[in-house]
Design a protein around this ligand. Structure first.
Ligand code: UDP
Length: 301
């Protein structure tokens, strides 16, 4: 197949590209390298058609979609830290950019896999988080929730286009980690803690560290993405992609210190010190993994 991957130089995108190339598909990548890195594609570089472009460029998106059989849309402004530092850019990419991709897929009748996020659920207390659950978000003055809102708009748009024929599946990623995760730690506490531990700096646990996440290895993230994209039973549906083993952030810090053999201490930092006043965190985040298991046969290892 001819496959288009937007955001293919990113952390998850590049692993997906490597898998697709390994499966023998012809892969085109659009990536503006804003948070992705060209080096992430070194394994597949010779086999792919790479466009150093933003998905805000609708002409490029259109041309690449038209030539593809299936589109994986992963390009997005991601990571709480990134969103807070440049909310405007992230919002535009996550709304207008996504619209370019979704609309082109509808026009040219291409199968679409839309990558979304567990951030969709916001700060709900209902666990595990099921795909059809209510979303619970704070005020628009809390910058963080703009990311959830933009990705929810993408989901709505894709599902609305599916009522007029678009074949689309949506995956919501839960805290993926693995090789190539942004070493600056923008997108992930795992990368941030690893960097701090390897440099011998204190690991910065925000709040009291009792907040938890379900960390999912990138091979599982990619496998779940492929299962959703390649199954016709998945069309018009949304899937949580993650495992349901919960780890507190304080435990994560201790695990990383242990694994790296670091002499680093743990430093507790108030949220305000990192993100300013009025920041809101999600206290616990656990996926309901039943639908992915039942419909697309995916379960994280
Ligand atoms: N976190 C932390 N220290 C850091 C960065 C993040 O304690 O230096 C916490 C953060 O408050 C959140 C969790 O780790 O509760 C996961 O953060 P991440 O940015 O990886 O992703 P999120 O799940 O918030 O989207």
């Amino acid at each position: 197949m001819r496959v288009l991957v937007t955001g293919g130089a990113g952390y998850i995108g590049s692993h997906l590209v490597d898998r697709l190339v390994g499966m023998g598909h012809f892969v085109t990548v659009i990536d503006d390298l804003s948070t992705g890195f060209a080096v992430n594609l070194s394994q597949s570089r010779r086999a792919i058609d790479f466009h150093h472009e933003s998905i805000l460029n609708s002409n490029v998106v259109e041309r690449c979609v038209e030539r593809s059989d299936i589109v994986f849309h992963l390009a997005a402004g991601v990571g709480v830290q990134n969103i807070i530092q440049d909310p405007l850019r992230a919002l535009l990419v996550n709304t207008r950019g996504a619209e370019n991709v979704i609309e082109s897929c509808s026009r040219f009748q291409k199968r679409l896999l839309l990558a979304s996020t567990s951030e969709i659920y916001g700060k709900t207390n209902k666990l595990p988080m099921s795909e059809d659950d209510d979303r619970v978000l704070g005020s628009t003055t809390v910058i963080r929730w703009g990311y959830s809102t933009a990705k929810a708009l993408d989901e709505h748009l894709a599902l609305a286009y599916s009522t007029v024929g678009l074949k689309v599946s949506i995956v919501r990623y839960f805290n993926s980690y693995g090789p190539r995760i942004d070493p600056r730690g923008y997108g992930s506490v795992v990368a941030r803690f690893l960097g701090q531990a390897l440099r011998g700096e204190p690991l910065t646990v925000l709040g009291d560290g009792s907040q938890s996440r379900c960390f999912t290895y990138v091979d599982d993230t990619v496998e779940g993405t492929l299962c959703a994209a390649l199954s016709s039973a998945a069309e018009g549906m949304v899937f949580n992609i993650g495992n349901d083993a919960e780890t507190t952030i304080l435990d994560l810090a201790q695990i990383i210190i242990g694994l790296t053999g670091s002499q680093s201490a743990i430093r507790f930092i108030p949220y305000e010190e990192r993100f300013g006043r009025g920041f809101e965190d999600t206290q616990r985040r656990v996926p309901d993994v039943r639908r992915a298991a039942e419909v697309i046969g995916f379960r994280a290892g």
